[in-house]
Design a protein around this ligand. Structure first.
Ligand code: 6GU
Length: 225
């Protein structure tokens, strides 16, 4: 899989991909990722990328031309399977969307800033519009990191334990059961006996029951879907 991310603040995207699981996925060659500074396609001596909005109103808008030129150059040799614009008015991202995107070969993510991007780029280029929840972020970069993380960890070979992604919360519309590690007693709180029993079918049954109980308690909406 290859992911291109377009941003006017590329520095915001460095850390999430430089550590832990995502860094190892890149090092192993399971995914390649390139961050593109929109300013390199900016107009004029000042490399301008944004301008006032027609009709007035506060906030700048990312101009169509720099984005169009960058998108043209990115898709010249190979087309993209998805061109995603991260925006609070997009479709709310979820695990089933992440599963679908993990099968794609080539994804382009566009991070908006200020008031967003010129509508014509959305009309001409964008295939998917994605939000990560009902709150406002200062730009699309954190959302692009969230979306990328949720996709990349589903690529076969990225997680060491093959079963690991399948057991995650949401993967089967259930929240994950509680987990414990040493010591078996901590400040008077004991680890549930069954987990120490070595009886794997009993452990599996306990985990399933706990997952269901947690989901009923915290997210009953998941069970009715
Ligand atoms: Cl994708 N972008 C911004 N700016 N804010 C958001 C968001 C995206 N998703 C939720 N809030």
């Amino acid at each position: 899989m290859h992911i291109d991310i377009i941003s006017v603040v590329p520095e915001l995207l460095e850390s999430p991909f430089s550590h832990s699981i995502l860094m190892r996925a890149i090092d192993k060659g399971l995914v390649s990722l390139k961050i593109h500074d929109l300013r390199n396609f900016g107009l004029g001596n000042y490399r301008q990328v944004d301008d006032y909005q027609f009709g007035g109103g506060a906030g700048m808008v990312l101009m169509a031309e720099p984005l169009d030129q960058l998108l043209t150059s990115l898709t010249k040799e190979q087309s993209a399977d998805a061109i995603v614009y991260l925006t609070p008015d997009g479709e709310t991202w979820n695990q089933s969307m992440a599963n679908g995107f993990s099968l794609k070969e080539r994804i382009i993510l566009i991070c908006g800033h200020y008031k967003g991007i010129d509508q014509r780029i959305r009309d001409i280029w964008v295939t998917h519009e994605v939000s990560i929840g009902d709150y406002v972020l200062s730009g699309g970069e954190l959302a692009a990191s969230v979306v990328s993380d949720s996709i990349i960890r589903l690529i076969p070979g990225v997680l060491n334990d093959a079963g690991s992604a399948l057991n995650d919360s949401f993967q089967d519309n259930l929240l994950a059961p509680p987990v414990y590690t040493r010591p078996s007693e901590f400040k008077g709180h004991k680890v549930p006996e069954v987990l120490l029993s070595g009886n794997f079918s009993a452990i599996e049954a306990w985990r399933e029951a706990e997952a269901l109980r947690r989901t009923q308690e915290r997210r009953p909406d998941l069970l009715s879907d």
